[in-house]
Design a protein. Structure first.
Lengths: 202, 225
């Protein structure tokens, strides 16, 4: 299938970026000082309440206007990463804050440094609790890679549109591509399910 | 940034605001229509599941919902927008937009409703039966009031999702806010300013909705469970 490799790369690249970014945002929002915390909060609220397509247009058309030359691939991946960093960061932050204070206190009582406590006690639990929700977001991410077709990236969606335009096969093209995305979502869900079970709270 | 940037910004927004607001009203109209229809469809689906009380029916509905939600919204829009015409259904672009969004968001609304009902624990049902209520009474007097309260915030959240999803209609040439913004950008090349302005409009609407949802959630919360 043409374009599958492209969809794959954009998907996996953005996923990694978004997860890393999400962890950063969550840590800034829970451990940071006042100013970084507010900036992160504003970032998350703005990105979550704005449509993805608008964000893509903003990055794709706006950055070059400001002098930053960026190619289609780059702008799509950047937009997807920023967008999902906000969602994943919010999920992690909520889960970190839901870990009872007692866990932190226990760690400190045992003599751990504050950073140790966070890394070894709080974060792992928060991450385990977040896996289902983050997995959900990653499935949305995979589906949203389809928008890259409209920015000149030759992915699976682009292939489907070409099929429709060149051969007038509307149903076949889009139903097939729909199945492809379903399969990809399934794969991501299964991987997430495996991780969920491996890291299950006993 | 040079003064020219800001002068351009003010002048372009001043000139194009009429067109942009027209786009916004179409966005609002399509989104509200979708909200109404998708909520009704989802309620219908969930009612079927409740009445049938049959594992196969529930499974079939959940599978259908999973499939619709697992396909990107773009694909569903293209499929319905171009496909419905081929299948013999004559729809205006406006109707086709609402139809395609409704298909996708009915599934989303179903999940919202299901989530609301599921969060009312089994114990509530059991308690109702234990004091002799029939299924209908249990629903009406015990479960629905609780489920309704828990559904309000996610429902509003899904509405925000509908508004954000409507932006994809620009890709099939529907003149809503996103397409109109794009037209102005193509004429004036002031992408940064215009897309930021469009983002601001969407942000105000969606953030406003999210605040509304939080407020309503607090207002309808009961002390206790």
């Amino acid at each position: 299938m043409l374009g599958l490799r492209t969809t794959f790369f954009i998907g996996i690249g953005s996923m990694l970026g978004a997860v890393v970014g999400g962890v950063l945002i969550a840590i800034i929002r829970t451990e940071g000082s006042a100013l970084p915390r507010s900036i992160a909060r504003v970032f998350v609220e703005v990105v979550r309440n704005t449509p993805l397509l608008i964000q893509m247009f903003l990055v794709y058309f706006g950055l070059p206007q400001m002098g930053v030359m960026i190619d289609p691939w780059g702008s799509i991946i950047l937009t997807l990463v920023l967008h999902y960093t906000a969602y994943i960061g919010e999920i992690l932050r909520a889960n970190i804050e839901s870990i009872p204070r007692t866990q932190r206190e226990a760690g400190l009582a045992l003599g751990m440094l504050k950073s140790h406590v966070v890394r070894r006690v709080v974060l792992p639990q928060a991450i385990r609790h977040s896996v289902p929700a983050i997995n959900n977001q990653l499935v949305y991410l995979v589906k949203d890679t389809s928008l890259s077709a409209f920015f000149g990236v030759k992915d699976v969606m682009f292939a489907a549109i070409r099929l429709q335009v060149d051969y007038w096969r509307v149903f076949e093209a889009y139903i097939t591509v729909g199945l492809v995305y379903l399969l990809l979502s399934l794969v991501v869900s299964i991987i997430g399910g495996v991780l969920e079970r491996r890291w299950a709270i006993l | 940034m040079m003064g020219g940037f800001w002068l351009d910004t003010i002048s372009v927004i001043h000139t194009s605001i009429g067109s942009l607001l027209q786009g916004l009203s179409l966005t609002a109209s399509i989104s509200l229509g979708t909200l109404l229809l998708s909520t009704l469809c989802a309620l219908g689906l969930y009612t079927i599941v409740l009445i049938a009380d049959n594992r196969t029916a529930t499974g079939a509905v959940r599978a259908l919902v999973w499939i619709v939600r697992g396909v990107p919204l773009v694909v569903i829009i293209f499929l319905s927008y171009y496909g419905l015409a081929l299948a013999g259904l004559e729809l205006t672009p406006y109707q086709a937009s609402i139809a395609s969004l409704t298909i996708f968001f009915s599934a989303g609304m179903y999940e919202v409703i299901r989530g609301g009902f599921d969060s009312v624990g089994k114990s509530q049902w059991e308690a109702a039966y234990a004091i002799g209520m029939t299924k209908g009474q249990a629903l009406r007097r015990v479960v629905i009031p609780q489920a309704l309260r828990r559904t309000v915030a996610p429902w509003i959240g899904e509405f925000a999702g509908i508004i954000k999803g409507s932006t994809l209609l620009a890709l099939v040439s529907i003149s809503e806010l996103t397409l109109r913004t794009r037209e102005v950008v193509e004429r004036t090349l002031l992408g940064m300013q215009l897309w930021t302005f469009a983002a601001l409009l969407y942000f105000l609407i969606c953030f406003g909705l999210s605040l509304l949802g939080t407020w309503l959630e607090r207002k309808t919360r009961l002390v206790g469970w």
